[in-house]
Design a protein around this ligand. Structure first.
Ligand SMILES: Nc1ncnc2c1ncn2[C@@H]1O[C@H](COP(=O)(O)OP(=O)(O)OP(=O)(O)O)[C@@H](O)[C@H]1O
Ligand SMILES: [Mg+2]
Length: 306
């Protein structure tokens, strides 16, 4: 709605993970490089974790694109793995273009997948299974994936797996039933939030991709305010930047100022929740400190000084 006013060709802060807007900040770029190198090396299991909104799905899509443009890779993408192990195997078969009938037993489907993996290997291609939202995988599905990566020739694995997930994935992998899989994860990366400089670069990058050419829309102090309020989490940066632009547009201002960001922050529920969690934790700490102080004081009174 403010696109024409600011001279954008498209919305700069949409919440859709669109690879055209990818900004290679340190943590994302490091993750992407790690993934590409590890996959080239033939690593069997790679894990990328990150808090909600830190850019896992975008990175997933970026990886799919990169591998799509690299000779020697075939990818299978499972975006939503809240599936049964059977559905997961069908999904892999579909992605690989394996022909099968639903009334064929699972053993047969596995055999067909294995044949396809061997054929890809013979053609000199690596097959990579990429799972987003991996924290939603059941223990049974984690085990099914582990069994899939058991398919191998004498020299190498036939299937490489990349898991993208929220931090709960680590807790799931720590369960006794998933230990075998955990042991096989040789490369992992945790996506960090952006620092102030990265947020500033991120804002400018997304504006440029959206077609903005005019003067700086988010001056340095304003960008810093967004960085601090968002904790450097890209999705929250997008929400705040969008709302701040709306506020500036509402006033007919061509540049965003601090008040616009403050209004965006006040209007953003997820931030209120972050803040109330923080206040809650602070209150608990204060209560603990107060009761420890009271106990010490009591001991002092009872025992007397010295
Ligand atoms: N490096 C980046 N460059 C450009 N945009 C980014 C980057 N990282 C994240 N974003 C943007 O931030 C938003 C959230 O990213 P994304 O949906 O990938 O997060 P997520 O980690 O998958 O979240 P969830 O845990 O909820 O699945 C998207 O709009 C995405 O385009
Ligand atoms: Mg996601």
């Amino acid at each position: 709605m403010y696109q024409a006013f600011f001279g954008f060709d498209e919305a700069p802060f949409s919440l859709t993970p669109d690879t055209a807007f990818y900004y290679g900040n340190a943590s994302h770029q490091e993750a992407l490089n790690t993934l590409l190198v590890a996959l080239q090396l033939g690593e069997g299991f790679i894990k990328v974790t990150g808090e909600v909104g830190t850019g896992k799905t975008l990175l997933c899509r970026k990886l799919l694109r990169e591998l799509g443009q690299t000779d020697g890779f075939v990818t299978a993408y499972v975006p939503n793995p809240a599936l049964t192990p059977t559905a997961l195997r069908y999904s892999l078969a579909d992605e690989l273009g394996v022909q099968y009938h639903r009334n064929q037993g699972q053993h047969k489907v596995m055999q067909l997948i294995n044949e396809r993996l061997l054929a890809e290997k013979a053609a000199g291609r690596r097959v990579v299974l990429i799972v987003d939202e991996a924290q939603a995988l059941s223990t049974e599905c984690l085990e099914a994936i582990r069994l899939l990566t058991n398919l191998e020739t004498e020299k190498s694995k036939l299937l490489q797996v990349v898991l993208f997930g929220q931090p709960e994935l680590d807790r799931q992998l720590a369960q006794p039933a998933a230990r075998q899989l955990l042991q096989r994860i040789t490369f992992s990366h945790c996506l960090a939030p952006m620092d102030d400089t990265a947020v500033s670069g991120y804002l400018m990058h997304r504006l440029t991709v959206a077609g903005h050419t005019g003067p700086r829309l988010f001056p340095a102090r304003v960008a810093k305010r967004i960085a601090r309020a968002s904790g450097g989490v890209p999705r929250i940066v997008n929400i705040l930047a969008h709302k701040a632009l709306l506020a500036a547009f509402g006033e007919g201002r061509a540049v965003v100022d601090r008040r616009h960001v403050d209004r965006a922050v006040a209007d953003t529920e997820s931030l209120a929740r972050r803040k109330s969690r923080f206040v809650g934790r602070l209150a608990m700490l204060l209560a603990a400190a107060t009761s420890a102080g009271a106990a010490l004081f009591g001991a002092y009174v009872i025992a007397g000084p010295g």
